[in-house]
Design a protein around this ligand. Structure first.
Ligand code: E4P
Length: 218
């Protein structure tokens, strides 16, 4: 399972990259706004800065909602760096844009996915990645991980190559449950990745080992 970090914050990206287990980065317009990156040129430069930190797939999201606008943005975004993956929303023109990108060798991440039907459409259009938002589903009392399991099952039935990228991860348990049901990728806030380290018996065991070493070696 690939690990992406879900942030536009360069310090968080550097911290996750330093662990040596990071495979890519996802961003969205809200994450850019959260750290005060505004204006088309600044946003593009920020994508380049991210690409210079992480040697992996970096999702950059279009803001157009019409086919022509999405295709124009896709061309501009992929020209920034070879690792850019164009993030396209799951709407009617978005599916058309996904297909255009597939036909023109541009890699894509279909975002804002909340159902298996949407997942089938994106796979038919040849999306590279599919981003079901599991946390937002949990927020409205639906089971987000169950959707991941359903989509993985459908994609395996037909050998679709679209990779299931579980997004809107809220905690370490989401990551583990996504791994259990066969997600290809998880994109996580840094806090959820760091949460995977935690176990009280590890801390107690390490403290004991170090204390015993000190007793014997001064
Ligand atoms: C990433 O691709 C998504 O945009 C992101 O995971 C959404 O997360 P949120 O539901 O926490 O905003």
């Amino acid at each position: 399972m690939k690990f992406f970090i879900d942030t536009a914050d360069l310090n968080e990206i550097k911290e996750a990259a330093s662990l040596g287990i990071l495979d890519g980065v996802t961003t969205n317009p809200s994450l850019m706004a959260k750290i005060g990156i505004t204006g088309a040129e600044n946003i593009k430069q920020h994508y380049i800065d991210i690409c210079n930190i992480v040697d992996g797939d970096i999702s950059a999201e279009v803001i157009s909602t019409d086919f022509e606008g999405m295709v124009r943005e896709a061309k501009e975004l992929v020209a920034l760096h070879p690792n850019i993956v164009v993030k396209i929303p799951m709407i009617k023109d978005g599916v058309k844009a996904l297909k255009w990108c597939t036909d023109n060798n541009i890699r894509t991440n279909c975002t804002l996915v909340f159902s298996a039907g949407q997942a089938i459409l994106a796979a038919k259009a040849g999306a590279t990645y599919l981003s079901p938002f599991i946390g937002r589903l949990d927020d409205i009392n639906w089971d987000g991980v169950q959707l991941i399991e359903q989509i993985v099952h459908i994609y395996r039935n037909y050998g679709y190559e679209t990779q299931v990228l579980a997004a809107s991860i809220r905690n370490p348990l989401h990551i583990i449950r996504c791994a259990e049901v066969g997600a290809d990728v998880v994109t996580c806030p840094l806090s959820s990745i760091m949460g995977l380290f935690k176990h009280p018996l590890t801390d107690i065991g390490l403290a004991q080992f170090l204390a015993d070493y000190k007793k014997g070696n001064g």
